[in-house]
Design a protein around this ligand. Structure first.
Ligand code: IPM
Ligand code: SF4
Length: 470
C-alpha cells in the first residue's frame, strides 16, 4: 500500500522535474499569468539574455492594476499607468503571448480572468507575480504568487525552484446561515488562526460548508489564504468545479475532457492522508464579519464592539491595537453598527464576480445610497460586467446611486485614480486593510459584498440579516 497523500502532495509529486537531497525541487509550471506591475523587469531580463518565452501558450497576460475604471476608449491619461499598460502590450506582442488589453471584453483582474477562460484547471501548477494567485486553488490547483525574478525564470524555463510546504487542513462544518457568505467564512478563519496561522503551509479547505459553496465562493476563500500567511489555499475539485469549467474556452473538449476529468477525480486527498496541522470551525451560527483594524485578522462581528487594548493578551498586542485604533479613528467599545462610512467599494479579486454583484443587487434594489456615502461597483472583468448588464443589475446599481465602472483592481489597492482621501472610511469587499492600502491615511473595513451594499445604503455598518426588515 502506498502512503495516503493529500491533494497538495499529489499535485506536487506530479510536477517534480528534479529534486535535490535538501528538498530543493524544480517544479513544472502549467500556467503562468502575467500583469503589468510585476512583469516589465522579467521581460527586460529575457531581452538582455536573448531568451524566448519557453511556453507562450501556457502564458496569459492581462492589464488590471493600473487601468483606470472610467471610460478608456480614448486612451489612458495618467502617464505612468499608460506606460505600464503599453509596456505589457509590447512585451506580449514581442514574446507571442495572448494578451487582453483594457478594451478587450475578456480583460479584468487576472485572478478572475484565468478561471473565466478555463485557463485555470484542477491539478495544475499555476503561478503569477501576484500574491492573490492563491485564488486559483479553488479549482484544486496548486497556485501561488511569485516574485519578479521568478516570473523571469518561469517565462524562460516553464519551471520554478521550490521547497515543499507543510499540509494544513481547515475543515469548515455546518450550514451557512442566510445572508452569510464565503467572505465571512474566510475572515473568521483568519480571525481564528491569525495572519501568520498558515505560515509555511498550504491550506486545504474541506468540510460541508466549503462543499456547499459555489466556485465564486470557493475563490473568495482561497483568495484570502495569503492573508492567513499560507503559501497557497486549495479545495478538492468536485461536480461544482467540473460544471463551472465545462465548455470554457481553454478547457479540454471531447475525449480530452473525459481523460482530464478522470485524472481530476483522482486528486482529492486520500482517506487517512496526514496533515501537519488541522483546524476545525463551525459556521452554523456565524454572524457577518467586519474588520476594525489594520490587519485582516482584526475581526469583529456585526453585533460586536470595537475591542479594548486593555484586554490585549500582552504588551506587544496592546500597542499594536492602540496604533490600529488611532489610525482607524476608532474608540474602544464603539458598537460596530455605530461606525459611519464615507465610501463603499465593491469589487476586487476577492469579491468582484457575478455572484457578488447579484448579492449586492438583492440588497440595494429599491434603496438609495446614503447621502453622505460615495459608492462604487467595479466588476472583476469585462465578462462579469457584460453578464451583470444582461441581467439588468447595472440599472439597479445606478438607480440606487452607485457608480458603475470598468473592470480592474481599482480601489482595492489604489494604483489608479480610485482611492480614499486621508481620513475617509470605507466598507470594502477587498482583502487588505493595511495602512494606506486604499489611499494615504484611508481607513478600510473588510466585509462581504452584501454587507458593503447595506452599509452604503444605511451610511453605517448594519446587519444584513436584518436589513430591509423594517
Ligand atoms: C501589485 C501586486 C504585486 C500585489 C500583490 O502581489 O498582491 C497586488 O495585487 C496586491 O494585491 O497587493
Ligand atoms: S484586486 Fe486587489 S488583491 Fe486582487 S490582484 Fe488586484 S490589487 Fe491585488
Amino acid at each position: 500500500m502506498t502512503k495516503p497523500r493529500t491533494l497538495y502532495d499529489k499535485i506536487w509529486d506530479d510536477h517534480v522535474v528534479e529534486r535535490q537531497e535538501d528538498g530543493t525541487t524544480l517544479l513544472y509550471i502549467d500556467r503562468h499569468l502575467i500583469h503589468e506591475v510585476t512583469s516589465p523587469q522579467a521581460f527586460e531580463g529575457l531581452r538582455l539574455t536573448r531568451r524566448a518565452v519557453r511556453a507562450p501558450t501556457r502564458t496569459l497576460a492581462v492589464v488590471d492594476h493600473n487601468v483606470p475604471t472610467t471610460d478608456r476608449s480614448h486612451g489612458i491619461e495618467d502617464p505612468e499607468s499608460a506606460l505600464q499598460v503599453a509596456t505589457l502590450a509590447e512585451n506580449a506582442k514581442e514574446f507571442g503571448i495572448e494578451y487582453y488589453n483594457e478594451l478587450d471584453p475578456r480583460q479584468g483582474i487576472v485572478h478572475i480572468v484565468g478561471p473565466e477562460q478555463g485557463f485555470t484547471l484542477p491539478g495544475m501548477t499555476i503561478v503569477c507575480g501576484d500574491s492573490h494567485t492563491s485564488t486559483h486553488g479553488a479549482f484544486g490547483a496548486l497556485a501561488h504568487g511569485i516574485g519578479t525574478s521568478e516570473v523571469e525564470h518561469v517565462l524562460a524555463t516553464q519551471t520554478l525552484i521550490q521547497k515543499k510546504a507543510k499540509n494544513m487542513r481547515v475543515t469548515v462544518d455546518g450550514t451557512l446561515p442566510e445572508g452569510i457568505t464565503a467572505k465571512d467564512i474566510v475572515l473568521s478563519i483568519i480571525g481564528t488562526i491569525g495572519t501568520a496561522g498558515g505560515t509555511g503551509h498550504v491550506i486545504e479547505y474541506a468540510g460541508e460548508a466549503i462543499r456547499a459553496l459555489s466556485m465564486e465562493g470557493r475563490m473568495t476563500v482561497c483568495n484570502m489564504s495569503i492573508e492567513a500567511g499560507a503559501r497557497a489555499g486549495m479545495i478538492a475539485p468536485d461536480e461544482t468545479t467540473y460544471a463551472y469549467i465545462k465548455d470554457r474556452r481553454r478547457a479540454p473538449k471531447g475525449a480530452a475532457w473525459d481523460a482530464a476529468k478522470a485524472y481530476w477525480e483522482t486528486l482529492p486527498s486520500d482517506e487517512g492522508a496526514e496533515f501537519d496541522s488541522e483546524i476545525t470551525l463551525d459556521v452554523a451560527n456565524l454572524p457577518p464579519i467586519v474588520t476594525w483594524g489594520t490587519s485582516p485578522d482584526a475581526v469583529a462581528t456585526i453585533d460586536g464592539r470595537v475591542p479594548d487594548p486593555a484586554d490585549a493578551p500582552n504588551e506587544h498586542k496592546r500597542r499594536a491595537m492602540e496604533r490600529a485604533l488611532e489610525y482607524m479613528g476608532l474608540t474602544p467599545g464603539t458598537r460596530i453598527t455605530d461606525i459611519a462610512i464615507d465610501k463603499a467599494f465593491i469589487g476586487s479579486c476577492t469579491n468582484g464576480r457575478i455572484e457578488d454583484l447579484r448579492a449586492v443587487a438583492k440588497i440595494v434594489e429599491g434603496h438609495k445610497v446614503h447621502e453622505s456615502v460615495d459608492a462604487m461597483i467595479v466588476p472583476g472583468s469585462g465578462l462579469v460586467k457584460e453578464q451583470a448588464e444582461a441581467e439588468g443589475l447595472d440599472r439597479i446599481f445606478r438607480a440606487a446611486g452607485f457608480d458603475w465602472r470598468e473592470p480592474g483592481c481599482s480601489m482595492c489597492l489604489a494604483m489608479n485614480a480610485d482611492r480614499l482621501k486621508p481620513g475617509e472610511r470605507c466598507a470594502s469587499t477587498s482583502n487588505r486593510n493595511f495602512e494606506g492600502r486604499q489611499g494615504f491615511k484611508g481607513r478600510t473595513h473588510l466585509v462581504s459584498p452584501a454587507m458593503a451594499a447595506a452599509a452604503a445604503i444605511a451610511g453605517r455598518f448594519v446587519d444584513v440579516r436584518e436589513f430591509g426588515r423594517d
